[in-house]
Design a protein around this ligand. Structure first.
Ligand code: PRP
Ligand code: URA
Length: 208
């Protein structure tokens, strides 16, 4: 799986153990997910386009670099994706934010689309698509299909946990989209849940 990046770091590994623990309650889960997202940001944003600028410091002119306009767009796959995008937005406040509502049908495991709101000029922006879970990859593939339909060329996908089955499916459907994950798990169970996993990310973030 080229373009598949597992972000290895002692702090991420530690915090993932907290997220996986069934005893971790919603407030700590949400806080820890935010912290993992912060730690992943460095890798996930490494490719962002820059422009050279000259800035006057209080002492002299300095040659600097800034994010190229239009600034990147964070796209959240609702609802669990909001946990990641809200964290990224703290570090990247210049970003615009798009939302794609997808609910996975418990029986068919297919994503059902219920909401789309994207910036009008999204085709000109670099997109960071976020969802904590890449299970069958149905939701992620459907989200990328929508972004492609809107003319988006540059997309990276960020998650916390990926299943090998979903990683492979996503790679086949969209080979040009890099995948950044905090961990690659063993397999899916018969209900499409990631093993060992962390359970239902949306339920654990929002206490439902
Ligand atoms: C979860 C998760 C992903 C999707 C992953 O969302 O956040 O969006 O399932 O599964 P897949 O790779 O098999 O498509 P869910 O549909 O449960 O919605 P929620 O975020 O509202 O909880
Ligand atoms: N969605 C989740 O939230 N968790 C899984 O393990 C699979 C899909």
């Amino acid at each position: 799986m080229s373009r598949f990046h597992i972000i290895e770091h002692p702090l991420i590994a530690h915090k993932m153990s907290v997220l996986r623990d069934k005893e971790t309650k919603t407030p700590l889960f949400r806080q820890t997910l935010r912290e993992v997202a912060y730690l992943m940001t460095f890798a996930v944003t490494q490719h962002l386009d820059m422009v050279a600028v000259r800035i006057e410091t209080p002492l002299e002119v300095a040659d600097c670099h800034q994010l190229k306009a239009p600034n990147p767009c964070l796209v959240s796959i609702l609802r669990a994706g909001n946990g990641l995008t809200e964290a990224l937005l703290n570090i990247l406040p210049e970003a615009s934010v798009g939302h794609l509502g997808m609910a996975r049908n418990d029986e068919t495991l297919k994503p059902e689309k219920y909401y789309t709101k994207l910036p009008n000029d999204i085709s000109a922006r670099q997109v960071i698509l976020a969802d904590p879970m890449l299970a069958t990859a149905g939701s992620t593939i459907a989200a990328i299909d929508i972004l492609r339909d809107h003319g988006v060329k540059d997309i990276v996908f960020m998650c916390l946990l990926a299943a090998p089955e979903g990683g492979e499916r996503l790679r086949k459907a969209h080979p040009d989209v890099p995948i950044f994950t905090a961990a690659l798990d063993r397999q899916l169970n018969e209900k499409g849940y990631i093993l060992p996993g962390l359970g239902d990310a949306g339920d654990r973030i929002y206490g439902t």
